[in-house]
Each structure stands twice: as structure tokens, then as C-alpha cells.
Design a protein around this ligand. Structure first.
Ligand SMILES: [Ca+2]
Ligand SMILES: [Ca+2]
Length: 326
């Protein structure tokens, strides 16, 4: 259940989602998905064994708002901590959440989270293709966010986009052979429907630098609000046009906005999957993240406390409302 403000009226609608008492944005805006975890419910999300919903008050547990959040434990026992949500096809999507690295983080996060589009009929078409050049037909790769150590000692570090796309830069076979087996990688890619048509090569997500003038290192043991926007490129006559975009905000600051992306060559692919990979094979001990206030929307979301209303009440001026402010 959530509330929609329409004009001066406040009406209640059933949308089949979680009650969002600790996520005010969802009370006043139409969204694709919303979960503040206050019902201790995954509410349609997918998750692996090492991602659980935790309760505030237990020693060492942290929530951003309310009494519940997700805790993901990244460790060495072979079980994963990924979680995510599959939504109906969209060509532009915003995802905002709050997250916190625990105090033991002593290195960057490898693959943190992603927004991409799996093929209709194959919810895993974007998965298991590391090393392969995309063809724009199997998967709308969209983008992953990782972190890296830019300033010594500032860790988990600077978040940045890591993206696969058909015209990406790849390591040619001889270079790849210095650290891997390009023939084996290309054989595996062929099995996945992505043969190395231009000769042996190994493709790893291309790195995009933050480009909005705001330098940012993320630190352990504090909350961040992270918002990502991905807009799929258009397609004309079976050819992807260079108008895809990806943006990243941290605590309201735009730190990266990249244009000209070409991820798809078919209108059959759309954005439909948000996944928190929590991929961290470097773990030699248990590392945790906490995660709360997940909102997925087709329009900008903003801060948890920002109270940005889709009806134009962005100033929080509720004087025209028929009832008082919430
Ligand atoms: Ca919560
Ligand atoms: Ca594990």
C-alpha cells in the first residue's frame, strides 16, 4: 500500500508492494519498486544465502531508517551474498538505495551492483559472459559500479562505472595470453553465443572515470545514499544509436554522467534487472555491507529525506493540501 498525492487530494492505492513507512518518497510518487524492509520481507527480490534481513538493536547490526535492513556477508565459504530485483521492461531507470561498508573493509569492492537488461525468456542472458564481447542482441549490459583505491588509504574507495558494450576495448589475444588463455575464453564465449568474430581477444568491463568534478572516496562505517540512472540507447533499423547514458550520484552529488553509450542493437532488449553482485573473490575474511531504502523508478528519486514529490510539491509546501503534512 502507498499513497499518491494528486492535486490537493491524498488518496490511497494498493500496489502490491511493501508498506513504506520509512521511505517517504514512495508515499508520494509512483515507483517501479520500493522496499524499506520494515516488514522484514524480501517482497519479490532474489537473494543468495549470505544476504539476510536484519533487525536493528542487535550488536553490530545497522539500519538506515526504521528497524530492518539487508546485511550481506562477503566471505570465503563459497556461498554468495548477491541480491536483486527484476522489474518490467523499461528504457530508462533510476535506482536509489542507502548502503554502508563495515569497519573491516581494507580494500576496494570488486563488483558491487549493476543495472542491465536480460533477454525476454532468458533471465540469465546477461550472466556468465565475463571475458566476452557483447553483441547488443543477447544482453543489454548496462553498467556495473565497482570501487577502486585512488587516494592511498581511502577505502573502499572511489566508485566508478564498469561497462561492457559491443564496441568496447578488449585485450587482443597476445596481450590476454600474458595472464589468461584467450582460446579457452573465446571457446566459452562461443558456447554462450558470443564467439570471438574478430579473432582471439579477452573483454573485461571498460572503466569510466568520474567526470563531474567531484572527487569522492567512500569510507568504511558510514551510510551513503547512492543513485544510479541508466538510459538505454535508441535503435534505428537494427543499429544502436550513440545516445545511451549512465549517471551516478552519491549523497546527492553527481559524480559521473557518461553519454554516447551503445549497449543494444535491438529494441527487443530493455532494462529489467537491478542486482547487487557483492562479488568479492579477494575476501580473506568476512566483510559486510548493510543496505536499506531501495527505490526503483522511471524518474529521479533523490535523498531519502528530500521529500521530492512528483506532483510539483518539491518545496514540501503542503499548504494547498486538504489534509496536513504526513
Ligand atoms: Ca529500513
Ligand atoms: Ca559466503
Amino acid at each position: 500500500m502507498r499513497f499518491l498525492a494528486i492535486g490537493a487530494l491524498l488518496i490511497t492505492v494498493l500496489v502490491g508492494g511493501t508498506i513504506v513507512a520509512e521511505e517517504p518518497y514512495c508515499q508520494y510518487n509512483s515507483t517501479v519498486y520500493c522496499n524499506d524492509f520494515e516488514l522484514a520481507s524480501w517482497d519479490g527480490m532474489e537473494y543468495e544465502d549470505d544476504a539476510t534481513i536484519i533487525t536493528a538493536g542487535d550488536p553490530g547490526q545497522h539500519v538506515y531508517r526504521g528497524n530492518h535492513a539487508i546485511e550481506a556477508v562477503l566471505d570465503t565459504d563459497g556461498t554468495g551474498a548477491a541480491f536483486g530485483y527484476r522489474f518490467a521492461d523499461h528504457d530508462e531507470i533510476y535506482v536509489r538505495f542507502a548502503m554502508r561498508f563495515d569497519s573491516v573493509w581494507d580494500r576496494p569492492m570488486h563488483h558491487f551492483f549493476a543495472v542491465h537488461g536480460d533477454q525476454t525468456g532468458d533471465p540469465w542472458s546477461c550472466h556468465g559472459t565475463a571475458g566476452c564481447r557483447p553483441n547488443g542482441l543477447l544482453c543489454l549490459n548496462g553498467t556495473t559500479v565497482d570501487s577502486r583505491e585512488i587516494v592511498t588509504g581511502e577505502i573502499p574507495g572511489e566508485p566508478f562505472f564498469y561497462s561492457y558494450f559491443p564496441d568496447m576495448s578488449c585485450d587482443p589475444g597476445p596481450i590476454c595470453a600474458n595472464y589468461a588463455d584467450p582460446q579457452a575464453i573465446c571457446d566459452q564465449c562461443a558456447v554462450r553465443g558470443l564467439p570471438c568474430n574478430s579473432g582471439l581477444e579477452c573483454c573485461w568491463g571498460n572503466h569510466f572515470n568520474p567526470n563531474q568534478g567531484t572527487q569522492l572516496s567512500m569510507y568504511q562505517d558510514r551510510w551513503y545514499e547512492v543513485e544510479t540512472r541508466v538510459r538505454a540507447n535508441s535503435v534505428v533499423g537494427g543499429a544502436g544509436q550513440p545516445d545511451g547514458e549512465m549517471s551516478l550520484w552519491v549523497d546527492g552529488d553527481l559524480i559521473a554522467h557518461h553519454t554516447g553509450m551503445v549497449w543494444r542493437h535491438t529494441n527487443e532488449l530493455h532494462l529489467n534487472h537491478f542486482i547487487v553482485w557483492n562479488y568479492f573473490p579477494e575476501a580473506t575474511q568476512s566483510y559486510r555491507i548493510w543496505f536499506d531504502n531501495l527505490v526503483i523508478s522511471t524518474t529521479p528519486i533523490g535523498s531519502v529525506d528530500g521529500m521530492i514529490f512528483a506532483d510539483g510539491f518539491e518545496t514540501s509546501d503542503t499548504s494547498r493540501w486538504s489534509i496536513g503534512a504526513p
